[in-house]
Design a protein around this ligand. Structure first.
Ligand code: ADE
Length: 228
């Protein structure tokens, strides 16, 4: 799967992509990640990418001029222009269902803004899939892009070891329950013991306990998931 990340700060992604599962996914060729710096498309001598908003008000707006030609050039780098995602708090709220939808794409462009957002004509001309990762405001789309990239790539068959991928994650299609409590050695720590049933060796009883534990935890912490 091809990811094209369009940003003013490609350096933010460096260490993130060079560690652990993501590094492995890149090295094994499950994902290809390219970076495109919006500033490379700025066309004045100061390499301006933002400007004051018409009508006044605080902050700066990302200019339509470098952004649209930059995205179009990236789209045209391949025959498949790809699925364009733009990160903004005004977008649809990201969740596991959207990750499952996006993993079907062959190529995804992740457009990260900074400052107070993009000139409206960026939206009008590019018609992006606008995504928010939650009801809070970040300094820019880069962290959101990492969230979305990570949740998509772990759905690509082979990226996680068999052990992990066999597990049906919470929030995935057909699973609206939280995970059960987990224990590993030691059996007792500071007076807290592992539930007896997990040590019993009785797989049927273990499965029953796990399902019961998941239902109880979901009822207690996320009753909204049971209503869906
Ligand atoms: N950019 C700023 N805040 C954001 C958010 N919550 N989600 C996605 N992109 C953003």
């Amino acid at each position: 799967m091809q990811f094209d990340i369009i940003t003013l700060f490609p350096g933010i992604f460096e260490s993130y992509l060079s560690e652990s599962i993501l590094r492995n996914a890149v090295e094994k060729g499950y994902i290809h990640v390219r970076f495109h710096n919006i500033r490379d498309w700025a066309n004045d001598k100061h390499l301006t990418v933002d400007d004051r908003p018409f009508g006044g008000g605080p902050g700066m707006v990302m200019k339509v001029d470098p952004v649209v030609p930059c995205v179009e050039a990236v789209q045209q780098m391949e025959e498949d222009p790809g699925h364009l995602v733009l990160f903004t708090p005004q977008g649809r709220t990201f969740n596991q269902r959207i990750a499952e939808e996006l993993v079907q794409e062959k190529r995804i462009l992740l457009l990260c803004g900074r400052y107070e957002g993009f000139d409206q004509r960026v939206y009008d001309l590019l018609r992006p899939d606008e995504i928010s990762i939650g009801d809070y405001v970040l300094n820019g789309g880069e962290v959101a892009a990492m969230v979305v990239l990570e949740s998509i790539m772990r759905l690509i068959p082979g990226v996680l070891g068999d052990e992990d991928s066999a597990k049906v994650d919470s929030f995935s299609e057909g699973n609206r329950l939280l995970e059960e409590e987990q224990y590993t050695r030691p059996r007792e720590y500071r007076g807290l013991s592992v539930p007896e049933v997990l040590l019993s060796g009785n797989h049927q009883e273990v499965d029953k306990w796990r399902m019961q534990n998941r239902i109880e935890r979901t009822q207690e912490r996320r009753p909204d998931l049971l209503d869906q």
